[in-house]
Design a protein around this ligand. Structure first.
Ligand code: NAD
Length: 372
């Protein structure tokens, strides 16, 4: 049965009650569907699989392509993105067991994480609504479509028990990680930033540029205003350029703090050090001075796929002069949003109202899952 539930702590974590009156006991898990098992989808699936309060009930593929092998190895039931029998049958012919179409998957799920390509997800919303499941879209969709956006540090509470949301893009997530604590300290913040964006993900063969620097000829770029969908109090504008690299984005950020902020460069660093999902390192001392070395570091510490869920800030690239804070940060575009999706599931299902507790639980479970 498809239980559209929100979970509410009743007494000492033993019973959880749902919107439609279902009561589920301790040990029962949130049933999560992944629609679109690509770059983001396969990572979210593993992050969910790592948690003890949720489980993957199925992942979709549009056709029996190579991503199906990973789903088989992981033991995730494969469903077809579409309900047409002919498309479902194509999986069997290619040697994969297909458990049905998207409607079949939604009928056994509490919540679906839509990881379809940008702007494609919107066409799936109606299906989720008519199936009565909760839904999470990714940053490639518009805030206007979801009417609610999410990032763990900015607005977990606002998303509690909502029917659906959008986990903001990798860049917006990265900006939020360092700017929200700064805003929380200062009570006011004005930001100008430039996004130096990777041209394509490592698995993409049809994107560019490969030999050019391509400015985003829309000013401001969507990144800054997107931060305001999760933290409207931060005044922020951004510009962006795409460069021929596949591994990370770099942000060049200039933030104006209000008079009397009471911060120094060291205090800003300590503030970020106390926040989850931010890594601070001195480039000069460690030799990690470029995104290539940041990614090598991620591989060295055993991160799956070489991912880095944290935002990487170069300590020696941070400087506060008067009221102006300058810094660089690097974003691993394929992975910083992954743990945020797990926290967003908890917010929507109403199982954890404290974003910090959710973040700790998510990150610890992922570390254990990957033996790191
Ligand atoms: P992707 O192309 O790697 O994966 C998308 C998957 O969805 C593919 O397996 C594709 O076959 C499948 N798909 C195609 N049509 C579909 C449909 N109608 N319904 C369901 N699935 C369908 O894309 P991605 O990079 O994983 O991006 C997914 C979303 O995450 C986008 O909104 C994107 O903007 C966002 N995002 C991507 C990144 C990144 O760096 N890749 C970072 C943050 C957010």
């Amino acid at each position: 049965m498809n239980c559209v539930v929100f979970y509410q702590q009743i007494s000492n974590d033993l019973l959880i009650e749902g919107l439609q009156g279902q009561v589920i006991g301790e040990g029962m898990t949130i049933k999560v569907a992944i629609n679109g098992y690509g770059t983001i989808g396969k990572r979210v699936a593993d992050a969910v699989d790592a948690q003890d309060d949720m489980e993957i009930v199925g992942v979709t593929k549009t056709r029996p392509a190579f991503g199906c092998d990973l789903a088989v190895r992981k033991g995730y039931p494969i469903y077809c993105t579409f309900d047409e029998q002919e498309r479902i049958d194509a999986f069997g012919k290619a040697g994969y067991e297909c458990h049905g179409g998207l409607s079949d998957l939604l009928s056994v799920a509490d919540i679906v994480v839509d990881c379809s390509p940008g702007k494609v997800g919107a066409s799936n919303k109606e299906k989720y609504q008519s199936a009565g499941v909760k839904w999470i879209f990714q940053g490639g969709e518009k805030h206007a479509m979801t009417e609610l956006s999410y990032t763990s540090s900015a607005n977990h509470q606002e998303n509690l028990n909502a029917q659906g949301t959008r986990v903001v893009s990798c860049n917006t997530t990265g900006l939020s990680r360092t700017l929200v604590p700064l805003y929380n300290h200062c009570g006011e913040l004005s930001v100008e930033c430039t996004m130096i964006r990777r041209a394509a993900d490592p698995g993409d063969s049809n994107k560019g540029p490969i030999n050019a620097i391509k400015p985003v000829l829309k000013v401001p770029s969507h990144h800054g205003p997107d931060v305001m969908t999760v933290k409207p109090q931060i005044s922020i504008n951004s510009m962006a350029v795409a460069v021929p690299t596949t591994i990370m984005h770099v942000h060049v950020i200039v933030a104006t703090l209000p008079e009397g902020h009471g911060l120094t460069t060291d205090k800003v660093l300590s503030m970020w050090d106390s926040q989850p999902r931010i890594i601070l390192m001195n480039g000069g001392e460690t030799g990690i001075t470029t995104t290539a070395e940041v990614m090598e570091f991620a591989r060295d510490i055993g991160r799956k796929w070489g991912d880095l869920h944290e935002i990487f800030v170069w300590k020696d690239g941070v400087k506060l002069e008067g009221n102006t804070l300058y810094y660089f940060q690097a974003i691993h575009q394929e992975s910083d949003v992954i743990p945020e999706n797990v926290d967003a599931i908890r917010a929507l299902m109403g199982v954890e109202s404290d974003w910090n507790k959710s973040v700790s639980k998510t990150d610890l479970a992922i570390s254990k899952y990957n033996n790191i």
